[in-house]
Structures are given as C-alpha cells and as structure tokens.
Ligand binder design. Structure first.
Ligand SMILES: Nc1ncnc2c1ncn2[C@@H]1O[C@H](COP(=O)(O)OP(=O)(O)OP(=O)(O)O)[C@@H](O)[C@H]1O
Length: 991
C-alpha cells in the first residue's frame, strides 16, 4: 500500500506549482527575484552604458539562443518573447492586432492631457537579452543588457478595446474626432528605453501636431514608471507564457491575422517559417503545439499547412499523427480467432493482459519503472503469434543493441533491431556508396571537395549546429535537405559518406521512393523505450507505419527519458496520449522493488514534469504494508552538507569506507549484491578503486562503457596541408603524409600531446595498409599510365577513406567490447557492481547505493535520471546525497514519508485495538497518535515529545473518548464490538 502522496505534498513546504524564474531561459540568469543574482528585482530599464549609444548597441534581433567564447569573454544571446522581433517588425504594415496592456502595466503618457480625445500609452516587453561574462580577472564580471520591445498604444478616450492593429508609421489624422477605428499601436526596439522612449513617443504622435498642441511627455513621470517597472517579474511572466498554453494563443492569433486575407506573400511565409522554427528554442508543451497546428490547418491551404508544419518537429509530429489518425481503419490488426493453443500465463496482471491482447491498431503502453515493460513486449509477441500472426511479420525496435539481442534470443523468428539499425539498413540499400562517418570528417570532406560552393558552406554550417545539438538544428537540417536535396546528395555521393543524422532526415524525405530490405519489413511494429527515441525518429516511424498500414504497439516511460540531448522529448508520450490517436494503457504495479523503496521513488516521480499528465505512481506487487521502521531499514538517506561541491569528490572514498561500509557489509553478509550508481564516470571510478581496496576478495564489476572519439587528423591534414603533398614526387607522397601528420599534430587536433602516440600508430598502420595500392599507382604514374593529378586524387581518397573506416571499425569494435564486457559482468553476478546511472538503465540489483547530487532547482533531465537510479533496487537502497543546502528537500521529504508512515502505523494500532478512528476528528486522531508515540517503546522512532505535549495530547484524547461515550449513550447500541471499551483500555495503558 503506497502512502498517499497528496498528503505528503500538502504537508511539504515545496510549492505544488513550479515557480518559473528567469533560469527558464538560461542557467546563466541567476537570481531568485530577491536582491541578489544577476537578474534580480532591482533590475530596471535604463540608459545606454557609458561609451555606448544606439549606434553601438543596435537592437539587432536576439532570435537565437547562442553562446560564443572569445579569449576569456563569453557572450550569450537569449531570446525571451515567443514572438520574435522580425515577426512583429516585418509585419508591422499588415495591420496585425496586438493585445492592449493592462492599466497596471502601462505608462499613461497623456495622463494629464484631459482635453484630448485620445489616450497614449507606453509599455515595454523584454524581447531578448545579451550577457557578457568576463573571466579574465580574479572575479567574474557579468554585463547584462536587455532588449525591450517599446510599444505605443494610441486609443480613443476611455476606449474599451483589448486589441489594436499595428502600424509601421503613425497614420495622419485630420481634425475629425478620434474614434475606435483610428486606434493603433507601434513598436520599436531598444536596449535603453530610458534614452529612447521619449523620441519614440514623439515619432508615434507627431501627426497630432496638426490638430493639437502635440503630446507632452513628462520625463520625470516616465522615469519613475521605469523605476517601478519590474524586469524580473516581466521575464518570469514570459517564461509562464512559453511554458503554458498562452504561447499557443499568441501564435494562433498571429497566424490567423496573417492569413486573414488569404495566403500572404512568400516573404511573409518565410518569416512565419522562421518564427515556427524559433519556437524550438524552448520546450513548449505538445498540447500548445497541437493548438498551433490546428490553427495552421484551419486557416492555411493544405499545401501551405504541409510546408509550415515541416518547420518545427513538434508541429510535424502533430501533422503526421493527424494523417495517421485518418487512416486508422486501414492499419493491420491481429486476426480475431485463436490459432494456437498458447494461453496467457497466469502471472500476468490484469493491466498487463489488457495491453498484451489489445485488438487496437495503435497502442501506447505508458508504464512506470519495473512494471514489466520488457515482459509485456514478450507477451505481446506470443499473443500475436497465438492469433495467427506470422512471427516474421513482427518487428521489435529497441533503443540498445543489448535489448534487441535479448528479443532475438527469446524469439529468433521475430525481427529485432535498434531503430538506428533499421534506418541504416534502409538507407544503405538506397545509397550503397555512402559510408557511415563522423560529422567532423564529413565537415572536413565537404571543405576539401567543395571549397568554393555556397551550398557546401551552408550545409557545413547546418551540420555544425547538428553536431552541437543546438535546439532546432534537426528541423533546420530537414528544411535544408528538403530545399537542396539534389545538391546534398551530390555532395554525399562525392565524399561517399553519411552520418546517422543525415540518414534519418534523408530516409524521411525519401520514404515514398526508398526501397526497403526484407530484413526490416513487418506488419506489426513494436517499439520499446519509446521515450528515448528522438522526435525525428518517431515522426519517421509514424510515417513508416502509415506507409505500410502497420499495427503499432509502443511502450515507454516518460519519466525515465535519459537521452533528451538526442532531441527526445519527455513529454512526447503525453502528447500521444492526449492526441487520442493511440489507445492508451498504463502499468503501475512494480514487480521489482518493495513498497518502501517505491514510496521514496514516488515522491521523486511526483516532482517530474513528464509525469504530470500520466500521473503514474508505483505500487509494489506485495501485500506487505511498510511501517516507519521498515522504511528506515530499507531506505537510508545520508545527506552531506558541503560549502563547496568540489570538495565532495575528495571525500567520497572516506564516505564509502566509513559511512556506507556497514550497509555494504550487511548486504554482503546476506549474500546479496550491492550496486553503486553515480552520475559521473569519475565518481564511478573513485568508488570502484575504493571498493577494490576495501574488499580485495570481491571482484568489482564495472558496467561503464568505454567511449571512442573519432579521429579527424587525416581529413584535417588534407584540408590544411595537401599542398605540401602536391609539391613532391608521387613516390615520396606517402612518406610526406606520414611525417606531415605527426609533425603538425598541434594544428590538427586540440589534444596533440595526448594523441601523439595513437596518431603515430595510426599513420603507420595507414602506410602499411595502403602501401600495395599506393605503390601500384606510383608504378602506373612512372609508366605514364596515370597522370599526377589522377594519382593525387586517388591518394587523397585513400587517406580520407582510411579515416572513415578507422573510425567505423574503432566504434564497432568498442561497441562489441562494451557489450561483451557488460554481459560478462552481469552474468558473473559479482556482489559489487559500479555503474553510471545511464549504464544501469533497464537493470535491477538487490541493493543499491545512489550517489545523489542535491540541487534545489534540479533540471528535469537530472530529476528523471535520479528517478531511474531510485528504481533499480529490489531490496534496499542507500542514498548518499550531497549539496550546498543546509536543509535540503530530500531530507524533509524523507522525514515526511517517515511521519506519514508513523501516523499510519499508529492508526493501524488504534484500529487493531478496536478504535473506530473514522469517528474521531483529525485533532483527536493527532492527539491519539502523539500519545501512542510518546508511549512507544520502539527506540527507532525518533520522535521527541515533551511531557507537557504528552499531557496535552492525553487530555485531548481523553476528551475525545468522553465525547464518543456520550454520543454512544444517546444511540442504540449496535451489534458489533464496542470500540470504546478497547480505546479506554488503551488510554489507561498509555497513561
Ligand atoms: N506479472 C509479473 N509477475 C511477476 N513478475 C513480473 C511480472 N511482470 C514483470 N515481472 C518482473 O519484474 C521485473 C521488472 O520487469 P521488467 O524488467 O520487464 O520491467 P521494466 O518495466 O522493463 O523495467 P524498467 O523500465 O524499470 O527497466 C523483472 O524481474 C520481471 O521478471
């Protein structure tokens, strides 16, 4: 029986609704809104800094989130408003409407001009900001500049309008009265409104000179208004707009206005396309995206809606989902009749059975940790087969090779692979000359083969963004490849390379024409760990299913999303559920852990945004009810308060040797396994070393995968030094390359010192491996059968080809080695295991020690990661938490769980003694519990209660008994036992 989280959250000091701070936009924007921090309550719109002016601080759009470092200064640009500057500026003459600001926000320019028949208001909206961080001195100096959209609203006197049209220049107005039809707004951008606002007001109202005495701006009042303008609060408001549904209203209004008179011109459409891409800067809820998509569909012609939807992956997902929904009736479903004797094993739960046997064509199983997702997939395969589906028509797509191998082992007839493998197989069949390569080698190769091509240059730029995993980069790549498909493919054909990112984009765009190998074809597609697929992979699969009219059964847990950096979206599953296109099933019974561990995990699960919609809560498959004592036994929390986080690592070995030692020894004494899970590889290595020292007789299994870094020294050498090679005789060229790479290493790689040995080995290997080919070409050249140009061209291709193959082989060897090592370590069932949390995904252990870095404002990605760690233990868990906060929430949450359990324990005791606790008021129950605790002889209950408190509590309880007795006397005695007799006995005993 899980404890009720609602009770805990009600008790908890943490706010139920997450307060949004400027950190939403950038972690650089410190400040809680109080007096401290970079963006605090004291920040006000101001003047140009000394030595700057409008000319030097041009209000160029802050439309992309960037970070660039030069010497010791880092510059950040951070967009803030969901409507980018160009969207407002370029459409200013189109009469789009904008909301009039509230009285409490705006500055009334004409407050004292009672004779006028119109009012003029000014408001400011933060559009974006720039931040310079100078780390050259002893102290970091930060310089923050906020770009404001200055807005003037000219409204008829006492106007009730809530929206007005925007103009680019103030319309001339004659002597006739100013009416509602004359109202307008204007916008201009400035980093220093205190300097620029007055002139803007003048420009916006100059037309009045002809009919009135002009608008007088009281600069003192304006300055005072700005003194009260709370930048921090305005930025928090903008965060709420992005985060909530308001962003959808804002964009829907913008799009509807643009299409009010039919399809706008192509420049306007281009601006809208960029605006839609700009939305990917921050995480917008998928329901907001659905609303925007609905607007696009309702106001745009189908072809325009189609191309606009491609500008943003989340819109594209809505678009693809909608298309799939229209053809739901045509998708494969399991045949109705039973064709084999397979009977669903009795141990499957009702929830699992329902999901496994669903006849629906599109199914989503949202399941918590340890609830049997992998088990359900195996059950689904057997169920489909039992209905007469040919196993060869079933394909299971997993996230890792290990998971895919596991399916193959159990069901050899079923197709099982990773998504990347499926896409690679399809792609390679259609582009057989492209070898899988690294983005860096591709970048160098484009530069080598297409040094003067503009499209090549743009292509490189886009690929660099993809490599940096910048927000929106996959959308950009998709748009680029769509626009320049012929040129991109020509380039890839020439360099004979591709990468996973290009494969998925090209496979998506050519899905209708690409031929597919038989090893991927299926009619029933099952996808595991769907939360970790990138949105692009997911969109591809939706389209693939539509193309082949397949049945789709997907399983995932949004709260366990670990690979957000691959552009997976933890909220994507919720969007799928909300879309109504998929039939949804939930699995909540956890078969792995005891309820004590799940009570602790549930508190953390409740705090994960991705779980807001699904509201999963884990319940153990056991009738045992945890008590406060059993909870303290099975879940231990040791919080270590540090002034500086960096000190923790140095102390980690002694914490393991002293604090955690009894826990480890007790587990080993029971013959059980203990796994140590930490975020960083470094922490894992420290723990491993310490454990080896402490327990030399135990083998410590390390599950951390080794990483390989692709080399680019060869392609980099060609790019920078090929001219040197061209100067020598072909017979000497190989020697020159070998020597050139080793001699110029500092210019070829940033880690020249570290890499020197490996590069020397690599270049020698290349020389030896390529010697037969190169010597053959030299011979041909010397006999006049090959020109020098042709020789050097072949040589260049050979060197580049070596780099590509070397990287590919290194990666696949490392994957193989990692897989084998992990398998060996797991199979060896060693008693001590160390792993990163990522490496322990999908695994379970008897006992787990989690190294937990506490952060009061933890990022969602980290919350999900620790949730994965908190759900790996079967029997017990030790959380070694550290942080700079003296009284962290993890500790108070722990105490809340203990408190709630103590309360429940006491109530259970009361009920066991026959007290009808439902008949007592809350105060009376509390009083009774306090008495019980005071009387408790259980030393592990660390509740301190003073004598006075006990006397008071006892008095309250005696009063309650008296009241119940009085009530009972007035009523007809029932048939059941009289609870009061026992209760009185209990009071007496307690006294
Ligand atoms: N109906 C069931 N009865 C008993 N045990 C079950 C049942 N379903 C699953 N299990 C067991 O529960 C454990 C967790 O199952 P499984 O690994 O399939 O969960 P999961 O949802 O994939 O976990 P996670 O997402 O946390 O990695 C396994 O040991 C599995 O054998």
């Amino acid at each position: 029986m899980p404890i009720q989280l609602d009770d805990l959250t009600a008790l908890s000091s943490a706010p139920a609704v997450k307060a949004l701070t400027p950190k939403y936009f950038s972690s650089e924007l410190t400040g809680s809104g109080k007096g401290v921090g970079l963006l605090n309550k004291g920040v006000r719109p101001g003047s140009y800094p000394l030595g700057s002016s409008r000319a030097t601080m041009s209000a160029a759009d802050v439309t992309t989130k960037t970070k660039s470092t030069g010497s010791s200064v880092t510059k950040f640009t951070v967009p803030l408003h969901p409507l980018a500057q160009y969207s407002v500026e370029h459409n200013a003459a189109k009469g789009l409407s904008y909301a009039v600001p509230f009285d409490t926000d705006r500055f009334e320019v004409t407050a004292h001009a009672t004779a006028l028949d119109f009012d003029v208001f000014l408001d400011l909206t933060p559009q974006g900001l720039t931040l310079h961080k100078d780390e050259s001195g002893d102290k970091i100096v930060k310089d923050l500049n906020i770009l404001y959209r200055m807005e003037i609203y000219v409204l008829a006197k006492n106007s009730g309008s809530d929206r007005v049209r925007m103009v680019s220049t103030a319309p001339p107005k004659g002597q006739s009265a100013f009416g509602a039809g004359d109202e307008f707004t204007m916008a201009r951008w400035s980093f220093a409104p205190l300097d620029d606002a007055q002139e803007f007001i003048k420009d916006a109202t100059q037309w009045l000179a002809a009919r009135a005495a002009g608008v007088f701006v009281d600069t003192d009042e304006l300055a005072e208004w700005m003194t009260n303008y709370d930048v921090h609060e305005r930025i928090c408001r903008l965060a709420a707009v992005w985060e909530g549904e308001e962003v959808a209203d804002l964009l829907s209004q913008h799009i509807s206005d643009l299409f009010a008179n039919g399809t706008p011109d192509s420049t306007t459409l281009n601006h809208l396309a960029i605006q839609l891409r700009y939305l990917e800067t921050y995480n917008i809820s998928l329901s907001a995206y659905r609303a925007i998509h609905t607007t696009i569909n309702s106001v745009c012609a189908p072809d325009v809606a189609n191309s606009l939807s491609k500008q943003n992956l989340n819109l594209l997902m809505s678009h693809t989902l909608e298309h799939l929904s229209t053809m739901k009736g045509q998708l494969s479903v399991p045949p109705a009749g039973q064709s084999t004797n397979w009977v669903m094993p009795a141990h499957f739960s009702a929830q699992q059975r329902a999901a496994i046997s669903t006849p629906e064509p599109l199914t989503l199983v949202q399941a918590g940790a340890g609830t049997g997702k992998s088990t359900v997939i195996l059950g689904r395969i057997q169920h489909l087969a039992s209905q007469g589906v040919n196993p060869a028509d079933i394909a299971v797509l997993s996230f890792t090779n290990a998971a895919a191998d596991n399916i193959t082992e159990k069901n050899p007839a079923v197709k099982s692979m990773t998504i990347a493998r499926m896409i690679h197989d399809i792609y390679s069949l259609n582009h057989p000359t492209h070898e899988l390569s690294s983005i860096d080698t591709i970048l160098n190769s484009i530069e080598i083969y297409f040094p003067t091509s503009d499209i090549g240059r743009s292509f490189r730029k886009v690929m660099m963004e993809v490599d940096k995993l910048s927000a929106g980069s996959m959308t950009l790549l998709n748009a680029f490849v769509e626009k320049y498909q012929t040129e991109v493919l020509e380039m890839l054909n020439r360099i004979r390379q591709t990468c996973l990112e290009l494969e998925i984009v090209i496979a998506y765009q050519q899905i209708d024409t690409m031929i597919e190998p038989p090893n991927v074809s299926s009619k029933f597609l099952i996808i595991d760990e769907v939360q970790d697929n990138s949105i692009f992979e997911f969109i591809y699969l939706l389209k693939y299913v539509a193309k082949h009219r397949e049945n789709m059964f997907i399983v995932g847990d949004a709260s366990q999303t670990l690979y957000e950096f691959r552009a997976s979206n933890p909220k994507a599953l919720n969007a799928l559920e909300e879309s109504g296109v998929f039939s949804t099933f939930q699995l909540t019974t956890n078969y792995r852990s005891n309820q004590e561990i799940l009570d602790f995990a549930n508190v953390h699960l409740a705090d994960i945004e991705a779980n807001l919609a699904a509201q999963l809560r884990l319940q153990a498959n056991s009738l045992l009810v945890p008590t406060a004592t059993s909870f303290r036994e099975k879940v231990k929390l040791n919080y270590l308060h540090y002034q500086r986080l960096t000190e923790f690592r140095g102390d980690l070995p002694s914490h393991i040797a002293v604090d955690v030692r009894p826990y480890i020894e007790a587990s080993l004494a029971r013959g059980e396994q203990v796994a140590f899970l930490a975020y960083s590889r470094q922490e894992v290595a420290i723990i491993e070393e310490k454990l080896q020292q402490m327990f030399p007789q135990e083998a410590v299994a390390n599950l951390v995968s080794s990483r390989v870094y692709p080399t680019t020294v060869f392609s980099q050498y060609i790019k920078l030094f090929w001219n040197d090679v061209l100067q020598v005789d072909p017979a000497d060229a190989a020697f020159v390359i070998h020597k050139g790479i080793n001699d110029n290493l500092a210019q070829l790689t940033r880690q020249a010192d570290k890499a020197a040995g490996a590069v020397a080995k690599m270049t020698s290997e290349w020389w030896v491996a390529s010697a037969p080919d190169i010597n053959g070409w030299v011979g041909l050249y010397q006999h006049g059968q090959l020109s020098a140009d042709a020789f050097f061209e072949r040589l260049q291709e050979n060197v580049l080809g070596y780099e590509i193959r070397h990287n590919g082989i290194k990666q696949s060897l490392m994957n193989q080695k990692n897989r084998e090592r992990k398998e060996k370590n797991l199979n060896a069932k060693g008693k001590l295991v160390v792993s990163t949390i990522h490496g322990a995904k999908g695994l379970e252990f008897d006992n787990v020690v989690v190294v937990h870095k506490y952060d009061a404002s933890m990022k969602e990605a980290d919350k999900r990661m620790f949730y994965v760690a908190f759900t790996r233990a079967m029997k017990s868990m030790y959380v070694l938490s550290y942080g700079t906060v003296p009284k962290p929430r993890i500790e108070s949450d722990y105490e809340l769980i203990v408190g709630a359990l103590e309360k429940r324990d006491a109530l259970t005791t009361l009920r066991d003694q026959g007290v009808d606790t439902d008949a007592l008021s809350d105060d009376e129950v509390e009083a009774a519990i306090a008495v019980m605790m005071a009387a408790s002889s259980d030393a592990s209950v660390e509740i301190t209660i003073t004598d006075d408190q006990a006397t008071e509590a006892l008095a309250g309880f005696t009063e309650a008994i008296a009241r119940l007795e009085a009530e009972a006397e007035g009523e007809t005695a029932g048939d059941g036992p009289n609870p009061l007799a026992d209760a009185s006995a209990f009071t007496a005993a307690a006294a």
